[in-house]
Design a binder for this molecule. Structure first.
Ligand code: NAI
Length: 416
């Protein structure tokens, strides 16, 4: 059997990592990078051509003795032509969630409905960072026929903390997650599909953990709870104009009120989980309270686990990070509300979860407070008379944006 042909969609940090790693995987025969974002593919190709077409990935401190290792890989081609996916056995979207829709639209006419080398003869298509209703959007855009002839996967986040060091040439992997949740639909191919994606991870880590429902990825998403709520905590009583001398601490600035708000939002999400399990017999065991999630993820790196706000204040990985800001002409700072902490984690995060809660008939008063703040900060309207129905819901991945009006219909059509 020939090796897999993989198309990486995107052109940022994560796409560079995959472009450097995948050509070295023995099960992979061809690697294409597709970027439809302006002239990005051409620019990456031009930069890479200055080093024999290779992308270099520095895996920091991942050598056997804790040293950096550099992996070099030469993708087959960098292209802006979406028809390249007609060759693909595996298609990986690695980009901010707001860009998923435009890629799904562009590749839809070209994705094969049969004849893939991947499990079940199906093309495997998914997103690294597939939280916040990725599957709802994918099914809607691809259409029922194509959707039922591919295998869709979603990882709970990007496997690496990665930053470009030189565009089109090199990228640093600052850390690799130890474990990562992965969900697949249809379920009968899930084990094999996760096995295939695991091979693409180029190492022992992260260890992918198959979870039984895509819905878990959407409900569990910790960023939807933390990022908008921490932003709300800092700015809900800000006057909208007073400048800051320096960017305030992000996680280390979390106070008790903000920690308590995150706890209450997390409890609202657990109410949705319980409703789904009690009424629809879904297995959502991956969905846990944010406090439990953080303790599992960071364990001994948290000095004080006594409360959620202390967890954020005393977790090693969170130290030193600041609120995203815009520098003004006088050298002072204003908050940058266009940053993904709101721009991604409200429309592709909290609004999706609120929309699902609404279908279940579950009230979410705490989530609503943060959504109201975040929507105003973004200059968008996602809520009308307390419901997910504002004029901007088209840019969200809420079930309501895709026409769902009942929970029965949602669960049935999404194959949960
Ligand atoms: P990135 O920020 O590097 O992505 C930028 C790329 O997105 C651009 O190069 C372009 O290809 C594409 N893009 C940007 N604007 C676009 C537009 N308007 N239309 C079409 N394409 C556009 O993303 P990165 O760092 O690779 O992350 C991918 C996802 O993983 C994001 O959702 C991010 O939040 C998440 N993530 C990233 C981590 C990291 O360390 N880089 C860690 C954990 C999660």
């Amino acid at each position: 059997m020939a090796g897999l042909t993989v198309v990486i969609c995107g052109g940022g940090n994560g796409a560079h990592v995959l472009s450097g790693l995948l050509p070295n995987i023995k099960e992979v025969s061809k690697v294409y990078l597709l970027s439809t974002f302006g002239d990005e593919a051409e620019r990456i190709g031009k930069a890479a051509s200055e080093q024999q077409g290779e992308i270099h990935v520095r895996r920091c401190k991942e050598g056997p003795n804790g040293e950096d290792i550099v992996v070099k890989g030469k993708p087959t081609q960098f292209t802006n032509d979406p028809s390249i996916v007609a060759k693909a056995d595996v298609i990986v979207l690695v980009m901010p969630a707001f860009a998923h829709g435009s890629y799904l639209e562009a590749i839809k006419p070209h994705v094969r409905k049969a004849g893939s080398q991947a499990p079940g003869g199906r093309v495997v298509l998914g997103a690294m960072n597939g939280e916040g209703g990725f599957d709802i959007q994918a099914q809607s855009i691809l259409g029922e026929e194509l959707f039922s002839n591919i295998a869709l996967f979603a990882l709970s986040t990007l496997p690496w903390a990665a930053r470009l060091s030189e565009f089109g040439k090199s990228v640093d992997v600052l850390g690799t997650k130890l474990t990562l949740d992965a969900a697949v639909t249809p379920m009968h191919l899930a084990k094999d599909v996760v096995g295939t994606i695991q091979k693409l991870m180029a190492g022992q880590i992260p260890q992918l953990e198959l979870i039984p429902s895509m819905l878990s990825i959407t409900l569990m998403n910790p960023n939807q709870v933390s990022h908008p709520t921490i932003t709300w905590g800092k700015y809900h009583d800000w006057d909208g104009k007073t400048k800051f001398e320096e960017p305030p601490s992000f996680y280390q600035g979390v106070n008790k009120m903000t920690g308590d708000m995150m706890c209450k939002i997390s409890e609202e999400i657990l109410t949705v989980k319980k409703f789904m399990e009690d009424n629809y017999n879904l297995n959502l065991k991956g969905v846990v309270h944010i406090k439990e999630f953080l303790v599992n993820a960071y364990g001994d790196d948290i000095a004080d686990q006594s409360s959620l706000h202390q967890i954020f204040n005393t977790s090693k990985p969170y130290q030193g990070l600041v609120h995203p800001m815009v520098k003004t002409e006088d050298g002072k700072f204003l908050p940058n509300f266009k940053h993904r902490y709101l721009a991604e984690d409200i429309p592709m995060g909290l609004i999706v979860t609120k929309g699902i809660a609404e279908l279940c008939g579950i009230k979410t008063p705490n989530m609503d407070i943060v959504i109201d703040f975040g929507s105003k900060a973004l200059g968008k309207s996602f809520i009308k008379e307390g419901k997910v129905a504002g004029p901007d819901i088209g840019m969200t991945r809420s079930p309501q944006a895709f026409g769902f009006t009942t929970i029965d219909d949602f669960i049935k059509k999404m194959h949960y």
